[in-house]
Structures are given as structure tokens and as C-alpha cells.
Design a protein around this ligand. Structure first.
Ligand code: NCD
Length: 296
């Protein structure tokens, strides 16, 4: 039975390995198909609409690329705060009601926590949360977990460090839950001001790095700070330098949802431990799996 069918994807809450494994298996099939340039179109009859009120490169375009590969038609509003009737004052509720008649699936990003869920409550079609402010980013967590599985196979017992902006970073909010569900040992590393709201967080990456199997770096979310002087003060404490890797395992994998600013030294790109560009590429097959599970 396909439990994803016609369901909104709003949060990683309640997701289990049993629910996710079939999706990852399908993503793996799509990844191989893309590599072999196979035709994997499944439908011309359905469409999806990307509605983004915040900037995006990877999330919107990998969803659209995934849809195109599957033969799903795409409607796209990339700058919805200005280019939709939100600019004239239309409510999210009304936008949800209207767009339900125009497409089969909505993929939405918005700066307010809870906004995507709110719109989904007024929509007749499933809605995918592509990031709601500092809330969640469940499909990013799926591609993050898929990427770790690609490298290590089984996740049980892996030591994963989540580092950077754990307060405002929505990707880590969605990911932490899944890592724990899959039996990883998680260490959260952040300055006190950017700690997880309800998970013990420690401050020294140097202490933790030798025992890590995966280091998941994040950008300090400048746009979420009420006070930019606080951003300037904490930012320098959230970076990974190439020299920090001297004490890390040779098998470590470094992930980052991207975009990076200064928290990830570009010198690391040449190191075999850098995995963030492959991780971003995994966004396409993982989102193909999500689209086909929800739509068909
Ligand atoms: C992230 C996001 O938008 O939350 N990017 C992404 O989707 N790959 C991370 C970020 O902006 O820092």
C-alpha cells in the first residue's frame, strides 16, 4: 500500500524507517535511471505548482527538474511575495483554495513557521512543505538521510554531528528526528545562542570531530536574526576549516544543505570527505520518488 498517495508532506514528525525505506529504494532506482539516461516518464496527465515566497536554488529547481524527468507538468511562481496576489494582500487561505483548482500538487516555501500547514488546511490538493521559516524542511531531511545511506548503507550506530545554526536552521529541525529514528547517535554542536530548543547542545566541534562519521554543517540563518549584531557576533564560531579535518576520520563525510557562506572552507571541496555536492545532486532522484509516491 502506498501511504504517501494524496498526502501532504509537512513535517518529519511520526515518520518511521518502515515508511521511508520504500521511498529511498525508489529514489535509488531513479538515481540509476538518471545516470543511464533512461526514460522514466510516468504521466503527462498531472501537474505540480511551485510557490516560493523565499529565495531558493536547489529546492525549487530540483523539484522542477524531478517533475520534468517524470513527465509531470510544472507551473512555477518563484517570487510569490511579489508576483502573486499576496502582494495585493490576498491571504494564504484564499491562495490555497484557488490553486487547488489549477494543479494537482503544491510545493511551497514561505518565511513564516506553520504557514505551509495553514495553507494546506484550505487546499483540496496535497501540499509539500519546501521550508516554512525556521520551522521544517522535510524533503531536505529525506535527501540528507538518503545521502548518508548511499555512503554508509545502514545508519544504525553512526555518529552524526549537527553543527551551526540549530536554532533557526529548518533542515536540522527536520533531520534530527529522522537520525534518531534510524538509530544514529547525534551530537549537536552550536554556540549557546544557536542551540537546539530541546536537544542537548555542546559548543566545541574540536572535541567531537575525531569520533564523527558524518558532519552536517549549516549556514547561520542571517535572515532570521532580529538583531544583526548578534549574527555578526556568533557567525565566526560556526565554521569548519580545512585544518580542522586533520583530527577527523578519513572516512568522515561532510554534508551541508547549501548554500554555504563562510562556514565551510572551499579548500575542503577537494577532499574525499566532502559530500555536499553529491548530496545536492541526490535532491533530484529523492524528489522524483516523493512526487511519484504522492501523485500516482
Ligand atoms: C536550506 C534552506 O532553505 O533551509 N537550503 C536548502 O533548501 N537546500 C538551507 C539554508 O538556506 O541555509
Amino acid at each position: 500500500m502506498n501511504t504517501w498517495r494524496d498526502q501532504s508532506v509537512l513535517s518529519t514528525q511520526g515518520w518511521t524507517p518502515e515508511l521511508l525505506q520504500p521511498l529511498f529504494d525508489l529514489a535509488r532506482t531513479y538515481k540509476q535511471a538518471i545516470a543511464r539516461k533512461e526514460d522514466v516518464r510516468i504521466s503527462h496527465q498531472v501537474s505540480c505548482l511551485t510557490l516560493f515566497y523565499e529565495p531558493s536554488t536547489r529546492t525549487r529547481l530540483s523539484f522542477e527538474s524531478a517533475a520534468h524527468r517524470l513527465g509531470i507538468r510544472v507551473l512555477s511562481v518563484a517570487n510569490a511575495g511579489h508576483d502573486s496576489s499576496a502582494f495585493k494582500g490576498e491571504t494564504l487561505e484564499d491562495t490555497g483554495r484557488i490553486l487547488s483548482a489549477y494543479t494537482d500538487l503544491l510545493i511551497m516555501r514561505h518565511p513564516e513557521v506553520g504557514s505551509v500547514k495553514r495553507l494546506s488546511e484550505h487546499s483540496k490538493i496535497p501540499v509539500i512543505n519546501a521550508g516554512d521559516g525556521a520551522g521544517e524542511h522535510p524533503t531536505q531531511a529525506l535527501l540528507d538521510l538518503f545521502s548518508i545511506q548511499e555512503v554508509f548503507g545502514n545508519l544504525r550506530g553512526l555518529h552524526v554531528g549537527l553543527c551551526g545554526d540549530l536554532k533557526y536552521g529548518r533542515t536540522v529541525h527536520s533531520l534530527l528526528r529522522l537520525l534518531l529514528q534510524f538509530g544514529c547517535r547525534v551530537t549537536a554542536i552550536a554556540p549557546r545562542e544557536l542551540a537546539f530548543p530541546d536537544f542537548e547542545t555542546q559548543q566545541s566541534l574540536q572535541e567531537v570531530i575525531p569520533s564523527l562519521d558524518v558532519l552536517y554543517m549549516t549556514r547561520v540563518q542571517k535572515e532570521r536574526f532580529p538583531d544583526l549584531s548578534l549574527y555578526e557576533a556568533v557567525k565566526p564560531n560556526c565554521s569548519l576549516l580545512y585544518s580542522d579535518l586533520k583530527r577527523a576520520k578519513p572516512t568522515l563525510k561532510i554534508l551541508h544543505p547549501l548554500p554555504r557562506v563562510d562556514e565551510l572552507d572551499p579548500a575542503i571541496d577537494q577532499d574525499s570527505r566532502a559530500y555536499y555536492f553529491q548530496q545536492a545532486a541526490n535532491g533530484v532522484p529523492v524528489r522524483m520518488a516523493i512526487l511519484s509516491k504522492v501523485l500516482l
